[in-house]
Design a protein around this ligand. Structure first.
Ligand SMILES: Cc1cc2nc3c(=O)[nH]c(=O)nc-3n(C[C@H](O)[C@H](O)[C@H](O)COP(=O)(O)O)c2cc1C
Length: 189
């Protein structure tokens, strides 16, 4: 078990909690510039962190070219920030289906309709297209579209920022070494 597993479990909601944490996920842009957007953290386990997205998205093209990413999330009121850097790969189908089944009806529909041609339509067409699709697919009947994919981020650096009002903030940073062990550094906030 990773030396930070307990702290991670204390900071992140369990995988079966319906409300998922919103994180800023950064990738390497094809133009060489960093690229960042918010996504939901779907799950995490001892192997890493999972996100779900459209396989045709920019982030997926970027990860195909450079399978490395970072995400960060802060809870300022708790004096906490978590930052993770690591290597990415495609999540497996079993994980994909499990996450899809746990998503809200809205997000299940969104996975089907969230494409460039739908987005390009006028609002009235998008409203009627959404209504027609949801009427034809009652809640609980949808399965993940082929365009839905999962990103698995295997961490190589995990940083916990601890802020306090009564003393200086401080970070504990875990780095995975070549032999798979984790080293720990304490850093200023
Ligand atoms: C609150 C919120 C939650 C979001 N959750 C996701 C998500 O889980 N997966 C996803 O692909 N995009 C999600 N998005 C949309 C992304 O921020 C982004 O616009 C989209 O994925 C396209 O990004 P890309 O062009 O860089 O690939 C979310 C946006 C917001 C504001």
């Amino acid at each position: 078990m990773e030396p930070f597993a307990a702290e991670l479990a204390e900071w992140l909601p369990p995988n079966d909690a319906v409300a998922r944490p919103l994180v800023a996920l950064a990738t390497l842009g094809l133009d060489g510039y960093p690229d960042v957007r918010h996504v939901l953290l779907s799950e995490f386990d001892a192997t890493g962190f999972f996100f779900h997205t459209d396989a045709r998205s920019r982030k997926v093209a970027e990860l195909a070219a450079a399978p490395r990413a970072s995400f960060t999330i802060a809870w300022p009121e708790l004096g906490r920030q978590l930052t993770v850097v690591g290597d990415t790969s495609e999540a497996d189908d079993a994980e994909l289906s499990r996450v899809y089944d746990g998503r809200s009806p809205y997000l299940q529909v969104l996975a089907h309709l969230n494409d460039a041609s739908f987005a390009a339509q006028a609002l009235d067409a998008r409203l009627s297209g959404w209504a027609t699709f949801t009427a034809a697919h009652p809640t609980g009947t949808l399965t993940p579209p082929a365009t839905w994919t999962g990103i698995h981020l295997r961490p190589r650096r995990v940083t916990f920022w601890h802020g306090r009002p009564d003393t200086a903030s401080q970070r504990t940073e875990y780095t995975r070494e070549a032999d798979g062990s984790w080293s720990l550094a304490t850093l200023p906030g």
